[in-house]
Structures are given as structure tokens and as C-alpha cells.
Design a protein. Structure first.
Length: 104
């Protein structure tokens, strides 16, 4: 139910809306959590896509950039663990470093 409510909230935050990045991020977190419980691959894939979109809306210096980077890195790491995709591992390391750099 929470996922569906975030989907509705996202519809109310069109491109350019100041809450769009945080809504994308929260929906990604919910999908990631559901993936952790039920291991539905499509949930993880959608969480990664939403995380990437949220990151695009959080330029360097944005107060949410660190947490969005960290969440995306965690989701990419989870996908790496499932698929053993080495390029995914390198992206995860880069995002982890960027997340640390974004924290004051």
C-alpha cells in the first residue's frame, strides 16, 4: 500500500516540482525494501531506475545528494551480488565515494 501511495504522490510531483527528487527517492527505498523481503528482481530494477532519476535532480551541493547516492549505490551493490556484474561493482564504488564527498 505504501508503494502505491508513493506512486500517487509521484504523479502529483511533475517534472520541475521541488518534491519530485525526494518522492522518487522514497519510492525507490520502498521498492528496495520490498525486494529485500521478497526478492522480486523487477522491484530492484525499478528502484535503481528511480534512484538514477532522483540523482539527476540532486546536483552537487543539493542537501539530499549524499543519501540518494548512498541508496543508489546500495541497490547497485545488491544487483551486483545477484548477477556478479563487475562493471556494476565499479559504479557502486564510485557512488559510495561520491556519497561520502557529498556529506558535510
Amino acid at each position: 500500500e505504501v508503494i502505491e501511495l508513493f506512486r500517487v504522490a509521484l504523479e502529483l510531483c511533475p517534472s520541475g516540482h521541488p518534491d519530485r527528487s525526494s518522492t522518487l527517492h522514497e519510492l525507490a527505498v520502498c521498492l528496495s525494501n520490498r525486494h529485500g523481503k521478497y526478492r522480486v528482481v523487477i522491484d530492484l530494477e525499478e528502484a535503481i531506475a528511480l534512484g538514477r532519476e532522483a540523482l539527476e535532480l540532486c546536483p552537487t551541493g543539493h542537501p539530499d545528494r549524499g543519501v540518494v547516492l548512498y541508496s543508489l549505490a546500495c541497490n547497485l551493490w545488491n544487483r551486483f551480488e545477484q548477477q556478479a556484474n563487475i562493471p556494476e561493482l565499479h559504479r557502486t564504488d564510485f557512488l559510495d565515494q561520491a556519497a561520502l564527498a557529498a556529506c558535510p
